[in-house]
Structures are given as C-alpha cells and as structure tokens.
Design a binder for this molecule. Structure first.
Ligand code: PXP
Length: 243
C-alpha cells in the first residue's frame, strides 16, 4: 500500500490577481479563484499583500478573509502593513522579508544576528495579541529556527527555494536533508512546520514527505498549470502530488 501524507495544501492566489492587474480589469477575480481552489481540495487560501500592491489589493484581502475557512496572509513587518492585517483579520500571517522591485520573495527573514529587531518583534506582538497565528518565513538553518521560537512564532515556514531550484540530484538531496533537519528542530521546539516557495509538480512531494511537515504553500506553479488544465484540475493535481 502506498504511504500517503496528510500535509495541507495552501494555495497562493497572488498570480490570479497579477493577471487581473495587467489590464486593470475586474477579472480574473481572486475571490472566485479561492472558491474554486477550495472545491478542488485547497486547505488554505494564501495571498501576499505587497507594499506596492502589484497583485492582491486591500479589497481582495478583506473579501478573502470574509470567506469561510483559513486565509493565510504573507506580509512584511512594516507597521502600516501590519495595521492592514489587523483590520482584515486573516487566520494567520506569515511575516516575510520584502524589498522593492524584487520579482518574488528572495529567502527567509534575516534572523541570524542576535541584534534586536523592534519592527519584527512589534509585528509579532500585535498580531498575536489580535489572535492571529504568526508564522515566520525562515531559511532552513538552526539559528533562524531557534530565533523564530524565541521571538514567539507559532509556526516556521521553511524556505524551499534552494532545494527547488537545483537540478543536480545530489545537491537536491542535500538541500532536502537540510530542510529535514530544520524541520526536526522546529518540531522539537514545539513549532508548527510549513514550507514553501518555488515548489512545483516535480519537487513538492519530497518536501511533503519530510517528518512533521504540516502544510505546503504553493502558488506560481499551480496558477501556471491552470492556464492549460484549469484551476480546479491544477489544484487537484497538486493535492494528489503531495498526498
Ligand atoms: N511562501 C512564501 C513565504 C512566499 O512568499 C511565497 C510567494 O508569495 C510562497 C510560499 C509561494 O511561492 P510560489 O509562488 O513560488 O509557489
């Protein structure tokens, strides 16, 4: 009998909004997309409200948070952005680094130094006080995972880019091992374990199989595939891939 995992799938719908914003139209509507994702097996809807509002808009976020089920927001720790999150009340927030004009998130938060980071600490405090679960997007290294715990995070989302972008088998296995070790540590520390970024239909299964993995957050590859097979099928295929 094949082993199956119970890893949740968070579907990031940013690029549905990217398409809409390309023409400043009302379609495709990310909220309608979220409904389709849910019927296809998505456990959570994920979106990233960027400071430049290049895809998801504040009104999208409000409408997504009003839907039944979990809405997970990716956000930088800018106080103005945190204020938007506090108003919208998503189920959870993943704090991510964000720089202007980056094409996509470029890695985990810089948690390697012992220096206090009042902005990050305030963001975590305010979100938690509002009853919003806090995840920190971190590179899969022990220092970052330990610091996430010390900062009061509920969850760490391990950045999978290094694993996902390599085409070399040995390097990929080494990156997977790095993710596994960071995952063990997160679990030992009582953190819930998520992973994501740059995962696709070929590489997601390996991460889904890691011990203690609770949820994978995947966006671009699903939306890209949906152009050819439709969103419902693209989500269902990914759900199948990681199960
Ligand atoms: N996780 C985090 C923290 C992200 O910032 C992103 C991109 O918004 C994702 C997951 C999804 O990445 P991708 O679109 O490459 O699947």
């Amino acid at each position: 009998m094949a082993l199956t995992s119970h890893v949740k799938l968070g579907v990031n719908i940013d690029h549905i909004a990217t398409l809409r914003q390309a023409r400043q139209e009302s379609e495709p509507d990310p909220v309608a997309a979220a409904r389709v994702c849910k019927t296809a097996g998505a456990d959570m809807i994920v979106c990233h409200l960027r400071k430049d509002r290049r895809h998801i808009q504040d009104a999208d976020l409000a409408a997504l948070c009003a839907l039944k089920g979990e809405t997970h927001l990716e956000l930088c720790d800018d106080p103005e952005m945190v204020a938007v999150a506090l108003k919208a009340k998503p189920s959870s927030v993943c704090l991510v680094p964000e720089t202007a004009r980056e094409v996509t998130t470029r890695g985990g938060l810089d948690l390697l130094s012992d220096q206090k980071d009042p902005r990050l600490e305030n963001a975590i405090k305010k979100l938690k006080k509002a009853g919003i679960e806090v995840s920190l997007f971190v590179d899969p290294d022990p220092v970052s995972v330990r610091r996430a715990k010390a900062l009061g995070a509920d969850t760490v989302e391990l950045c999978t880019t290094a694993y996902a972008v390599t085409r070399e088998k040995n390097k990929q296995l080494a990156e997977l091992e790095t993710l596994a070790l960071a995952g063990y540590l997160a679990h030992e520390l009582g953190l819930s374990l998520h992973a994501g970024h740059a995962l696709d239909y070929h590489n997601a299964r390996g991460v889904a199989r890691l011990p203690h993995m609770a949820c994978l957050n995947i966006g671009f590859s699903i939306v890209a595939r949906s152009v050819f097979v439709g969103l419902k099928a693209a989500v269902a295929e990914m759900k199948q891939t990681i199960s």
